[in-house]
Design a protein around this ligand. Structure first.
Ligand code: ZN
Length: 255
């Protein structure tokens, strides 16, 4: 899943190339109303991307696991097949194509699709107090699930969930109630510190401590990294069993 930092880089690239320009063609038919309108702003928000157009209309896209925006020169060969394109915006000198985004919709109120989100992990200033308050009201059963809860804090995905927990030697299965506010604050700040440098360097070029490294040695203690599905959505958690502890087992039934 693209994390908040990927969406930020995407938004920055789109902003550079299309902000202030007029749409010469928009497809499919559902977004054809954008034709002839000027792009006023491109805004990342958590994992959502909002393009605002003149006349008070916005294009909302959410990338989930699969989506991505590409920019091409007119006539340039696309890196993905046309049938996977979910939106195409043409301008005089550039074409913006979104592939495989599960959410692509026109909205009148640009705030509406993101109104439920917690503070964005990448924004300056970062509203950490509000995040902690939302976290304490959350019913997320574990730290791993809490970090992915976009209503608490927007923009953290599975990679930085794993990396931040490893950095602080915390178990992804630890119940939220066992962590005091000070350590909870440090957890979000650690995720933010890990993600902020990626606003300039693409994620693919980075090395992760645990994510994607199942069976390889923990950079801190050398123990093989383990992987385990967690939560209702069975997101894969990578962890060091020595630094972070074993996942909690279900208590045995009492007789
Ligand atoms: Zn370790």
């Amino acid at each position: 899943m693209p994390e908040g930092d990927t969406i930020w880089r995407t938004a920055a690239a789109l902003r550079r190339r299309i902000e202030g320009k007029v749409v010469s063609d928009a497809r499919p038919a559902a977004i054809a109303r954008l034709k002839g309108r000027r792009v006023e702003a491109v805004e990342p928000n958590g994992k959502h991307l909002l393009m605002r157009f003149e006349g008070g209309i916005a294009l909302h896209s959410h990338m989930r696991m699969t989506g991505s925006w590409h920019l091409y020169r007119p006539g340039e060969r696309w890196r993905l097949p046309e049938w996977r394109a979910t939106a195409l915006l043409s301008f005089d000198d550039v074409v913006a194509v979104c592939f495989a985004a599960p959410v692509m919709e026109l909205v009148r109120d640009a705030r509406a699709p993101v109104a439920h989100l917690g503070p964005d992990i990448l924004v300056d200033p970062f509203d950490l107090d509000a995040v902690i308050e939302r976290a304490r009201r959350s019913d997320a059963p574990s730290l791993g699930e809490l970090l992915l809860e976009q209503r608490v804090c927007a923009g953290i995905g599975n990679i930085y969930k794993c990396e931040a927990l490893w950095a602080l030697k915390l178990s992804a299965w630890m119940p939220l109630a066992e962590l005091d506010d000070e350590r909870l604050r440090r957890l979000y700040l650690t995720a933010r510190d890990l993600m902020r440098p990626n606003l300039v360097t693409p994620i693919a070029r980075q090395r992760h401590a645990v994510h994607g490294r199942s069976g390889r040695p923990c950079p801190r203690c050398g123990t093989p990294i383990r992987i385990r599905a967690q939560g209702q959505q069975a997101r894969l958690t990578y962890f060091c069993p020595r630094c972070q502890g074993e996942p909690a087992r279900k208590p045995l039934p009492t007789r």
